[in-house]
Design a protein around this ligand. Structure first.
Ligand code: LR7
Ligand code: MN
Length: 637
């Protein structure tokens, strides 16, 4: 199911390393750890227990700390300084075979030292920042299911090697019913030899990452909980700025910049500090460019905490008491997905702050597919989690989610496959302006069933479960989460959109959400699953939502997910282009009287053409049926 778009990377602007030299070089776990701190930071040790002169964090354990030593490269060892690993040709077959186990290059990972060195990827301004001498301690919770030995242990070693020892209370590993022998007693024996306390908890039966994290959190002794995925590498100075921010504001939920460890060769590639977290109508977490207003708020200082509308989910620190105060996690969520947006909305709507701390960098192995099973089916699980987010936190904007997800969301897994098979769609598009003897839906369902049978393999079940709509997905009891929202007197989703995420892909005010049907052809506007920059389509109205759902917004956009109808000239073509929210080529006016959709810039109307009914165009406004559009929702959602 590549269509799950595991961790969507396309907007993550990657920047290359600046040329940094590794000044201080000593000390890995098992090596000599003789020296603490550096002269540069020595003055901090004289400072008082204060951040910015104000005493903070009453009632919490505050620890003095000194810098971790820098990890020096091991001569001749592959992947040092975060470089890409080349697997020898003779191991090519083995590499391919082993890739399937974890959906990353396991052979490469095994070639790299568990203590490998990395570049110091921080902005210059980060290296000279003062953090309070006294910071809260943290326990680091890592949940895993069938994680590879080397990636898990490299995560642990990178914590030990690069964190001030006094600040890490313990590492808590939560094994979520892994089936790999090395994660059993061998792991317990190994971690017992490490210089930090490492606890191994076991869920016993597969409970998913959300409930596994809740189990780990229960055992936390530190003042702060830090969650990490099980395939990370922490870089120099990663921890101090996270804890320092929480010391300033205990309701700050803070994430590092998540750098990319390549799933192909384990190269460490720095991510941009100009992206933040958002989401689309399908409730997929996505990276978007940080808007100017947030740069301005920080006075252009890129080393300052970046307020982000949403977080990726896997890597963050949160005050332990605040974690529970703000509702920990939704226990009703299974396996994977949803919890990241749920926590994002909850934190913002209930009075907290969600930030990316640009001085903290942690690498994460991003992969295209998930390696493990989703008992009960991916679609069912991910939909259930997303629906719980939508139901509890999103108020009327939940309709955007439902409109994009007729049936089951990741039938969008199915939907992507349908797009792949769009040559089947082509047959329909060419036969358009005729009636459908026997009824449109009967024919369409029949054909779609054939499509599913032929192309979707075991995923055809997703298609067949599509009716009667996403609302029937089993989402479980929500009483508890709803009363949490009420008890905490959380703000509305409108407030969140207005104040935290005005750039959101969900319009603040809109007149209409549904299909847009043409009078002459009886066809509906359809994205055909196309991407930004491609042409808008038109096809039979299937009434299932998804690609045929458009919003007509108060800002005069006609949008589908994060794309808007856009025409750069009077001649067209009418394209789907990433919404920019600035009017211009994307401003349209719908006239309820004559039902025309007028392009403001060119004063021409959206029209269908007889000779090419699947491609709507701009034409001189005539008021004819080919320019009449009905906005009337017929969806089942
Ligand atoms: O059933 C499970 N039990 C588990 O313990 C399934 C997963 N897990 C573990 C797994 O071994 C891993 O350590 O949970 C962790 C996260 O699973 P991944 O690595 O398969 O997820 P991901 O990195 O693809 O997904 C991102 O979104 C998830 C949504 O539920 C979680 O929030 C992940 O933590 C999150 N990862 C990150 O934020 C890293 C950056 C990725 C991006 C964008
Ligand atoms: Mn991960």
């Amino acid at each position: 199911f590549t269509s799950l778009v595991w961790c969507i990377l396309d907007l993550l602007v990657l920047v290359s390393f600046s040329d940094c030299s590794n000044g201080m070089g000593w000390g890995c776990e098992g090596g000599s750890r003789g020296k603490h701190g550096s002269l540069k930071f020595a003055h901090q040790l004289q400072e008082d227990n204060a951040v910015g002169g104000v005493s903070v964090y009453p009632g919490h354990l505050l620890r003095e700390w000194s810098l971790a030593p820098v990890v020096s490269p091991i001569p001749g060892s592959p992947g040092e300084m975060g470089k890409a690993v080349v697997v020898p040709k003779e191991r090519e077959e083995e590499k391919k075979e082993k890739f399937k186990i974890n959906q990353f290059n396991l052979v490469a990972s095994e070639m790299i030292s568990l203590n490998r060195s990395l570049q110091d990827v921080r902005l210059a301004a980060c290296k000279t920042k003062d953090y309070a001498v006294k910071l809260p301690t943290t326990s680091i919770v890592i949940v895993f299911h069938n994680e590879a030995w080397t990636t898990l242990l490299r995560t642990i070693h990178s914590i030990i090697n690069r964190s001030p020892k006094a600040l890490v209370e313990e590492i808590i590993l939560v094994d979520d019913a892994s089936e790999h022998a090395h994660l059993g007693k061998e792991l317990e024996d190994y971690v017992a030899t490490l210089s930090l306390p490492v606890k191994v908890l076991r869920t016993g039966k597969r409970s998913g990452l959300i409930r596994a994290r809740l189990l780990g959190a229960e055992q936390v002794k530190g003042s702060v909980i830090t969650f990490l995925d099980a395939h990370c590498e922490c870089t120099e100075g990663w921890l101090e700025p996270l804890l320092a921010e929480i010391a300033k504001n205990r309701k700050a939920v803070v994430c590092p910049i998540i750098d990319v460890i390549s799933d192909e060769n384990f190269e460490y590639v720095t991510a941009s500090d100009m992206t933040w977290g958002g989401f689309n109508w399908k409730l997929n977490f996505r990276w978007y460019r940080v808007p100017q207003r947030e740069m301005d708020r920080r006075n252009g200082d890129r080393s300052q905490p970046l307020r982000t509308p949403a977080m990726a989910g896997g890597l963050f620190s949160i005050d332990k008491d605040y974690f529970y105060e703000v509702g920990s996690y939704d226990r009703g969520m299974d396996i994977w997905g949803g919890e990241n947006l749920e926590m994002s909305f909850r934190v913002w709507q209930c009075g907290g702050v969600l930030e990316i701390i640009p001085c903290s960098h942690v690498g994460h192995v991003f992969r295209d597919k998930s390696p493990y099973t989703f008992p009960g089916g991916v679609a069912k699980i991910v939909n259930k989690n997303a629906a719980r987010v939508a139901e509890v936190w999103m108020d009327e904007w939940r309709d955007f989610y439902y409109s994009m997800n007729p049936g089951t969301v990741w039938t969008c897994g199915g939907e992507l496959l349908i797009a792949t098979c769009s040559h089947v769609g082509h047959v329909f598009r060419k036969s358009t302006p005729y009636s459908f003897p026997g009824g449109t839906s009967k024919i369409v369902n029949h054909n779609n069933a054939r499509l599913a049978e032929v192309w979707l393999d075991e995923w055809k079940d997703f298609y067949f479960s599509i009716n009667p709509g996403a609302r029937t997905v089993e989402i479980g009891d929500l009483t508890e989460r709803r009363s949490l929202r009420k008890d905490l007197q959380c703000k509305s989703f409108r407030w969140y959109l207005e104040n935290i995420y005005p750039e959101s892909q969900m319009p603040l005010d809109y007149f209409y959400l549904g299909e847009m049907k043409n009078e002459a052809t009886h066809n509906c506007l359809d994205t055909m699953g196309r991407k930004s920059g491609e042409a808008l389509g038109l096809s039979y109205c299937h009434g299932l939502g998804g690609n045929q759902v458009f919003a007509y917004t108060k800002r005069q956009q006609i949008m589908s997910d994060d794309n808007c109808l856009d025409s750069a000239s009077a001649k067209g073509p009418v394209k789907l282009v990433r919404c920019h929210g600035m009017g211009g080529n994307q401003a349209w006016n719908y006239n309820e009287e004559d039902r025309s959709i007028r392009h403001m810039n060119t004063n021409r109307c959206l029209a269908t053409q007889n000779h090419d009914p699947s491609n709507p165009v701009l034409a001189e406004c005539t008021g004819g049926p080919n320019q009449q559009w009905t906005m009337e929702s017929k969806f089942k959602w």
